[in-house]
Design a protein around this ligand. Structure first.
Ligand SMILES: [Mn+2]
Length: 317
């Protein structure tokens, strides 16, 4: 593949790299960033991950101490963006680096190709899967550390191989990562099996606030007060819980974040929530997407959600 060769040439050309996962990084962004960091180091290159955001609770056991929370000092030759469909999701960090050559590695079909070199596979389950292809191209063997990082990328973005972005190739890669020593037990336990009690309290509060827009469309609005009452401020499990309700095709969660409102969308039906997120200036994937809203957008959101009720078997999504 031409784009793999171009990405390989980019990596061979430079000696030092700043790696940028997107803001509010998830397991795919951090796992992919860490895997490419280890790969670059094994080639004798200097590589630093720059992330300024607080880690998700479930990811702390794996990524604390693997990145630089401030701008790395010294000069670097190039930048690699990870799992970032829209250059704005690199945040302020990129404003200080935009004079450097950029390699854009991603799996979002909506990625605009803003890099000098773009390694984008819109159909793959995770950026971790893209990184695995690149490491093969570079002739890098999966060490245990790389396997752990990529396995986390894979299982978080597929929700334990649950989403239909999971393909036979995804499962084959999962098998190879376990063969290379990925710590299945620790990763599954800390990412999926150690929920803080405060999170369960937040799920309880959210359950009380569920609104059915129609029998298969569910909506929930969580305020700062709700999160304070629970003592938990992450919403990934809330939106997933809403999606998992029996009979629900589309779930929407609106929550306070700093001074703005964030929208999370999930679909387990034929509805394309990426399109809805894009209507509000956001984006993501067909089945999982998000956007930033103003309070004025909330009535429009409910109208738009209602329109998703009747997306049927033979309709184009
Ligand atoms: Mn991803």
């Amino acid at each position: 593949m031409m784009k793999l060769k171009k990405a390989k040439a980019f990596i061979e050309k430079y000696n030092s790299f700043i790696i940028l996962p997107h803001v509010k990084p998830d397991g795919d962004a951090l796992g992919s960033a860490l895997a490419i960091r280890y790969a670059l180091e094994s080639l004798g290159k200097r590589a630093v991950i720059w992330n300024e955001d607080i880690l998700l609770h479930s990811l702390q056991p794996f990524f604390q101490g693997t990145f630089n929370p401030y701008k790395p000092s010294g000069n670097f030759d190039a930048v690699i963006s990870i799992d970032t469909a829209d250059i704005h999701r690199l945040g302020q960090r990129y404003a200080e680096l935009d004079f450097l050559p950029l390699l854009n590695i991603d799996h979002h079909a909506t990625n605009s190709g803003y890099g000098d070199v773009n390694l984008i596979y819109g159909g793959l389950s995770s950026t971790g899967e893209v990184i695995a292809l690149l490491l093969e191209e570079l002739g890098i063997v999966f060490t245990k550390e790389i396997a752990d990082a990529l396995y986390i990328a894979l299982i978080t973005d597929t929700n334990r191989f649950f989403y239909n972005s999971t393909t036979p190739a995804t499962l084959r890669l999962g098998a190879r990562l376990l063969e290379a020593g990925a710590d299945f037990e620790k990763i599954h336990r800390y990412i999926f099996g150690e929920k803080p009690l405060s999170l369960l309290r937040l799920l309880g509060i959210a359950t009380e606030k569920i609104e059915f827009i129609s029998p298969n469309i569910v909506y929930c609005r969580l305020t700062n007060d709700d999160m304070e009452k629970a003592g938990f401020y992450e919403t990934d499990d809330v939106i997933n819980m809403l999606r998992d309700i029996e009979g629900v095709d589309v779930a929407a969660l609106v929550y306070d974040y700093d001074t703005s409102r964030k929208l999370s969308l999930r679909s387990k039906g034929r509805q394309n929530v990426d399109e809805l997120a894009q209507f509000f200036g956001g984006g993501g994937h067909l089945k999982a997407a998000g956007a930033t809203l103003s309070d004025d957008d909330l009535p429009t959101l409910k109208t738009k959600l209602k329109e998703l009720e009747d997306v049927g078997e033979d309709q184009f999504i």
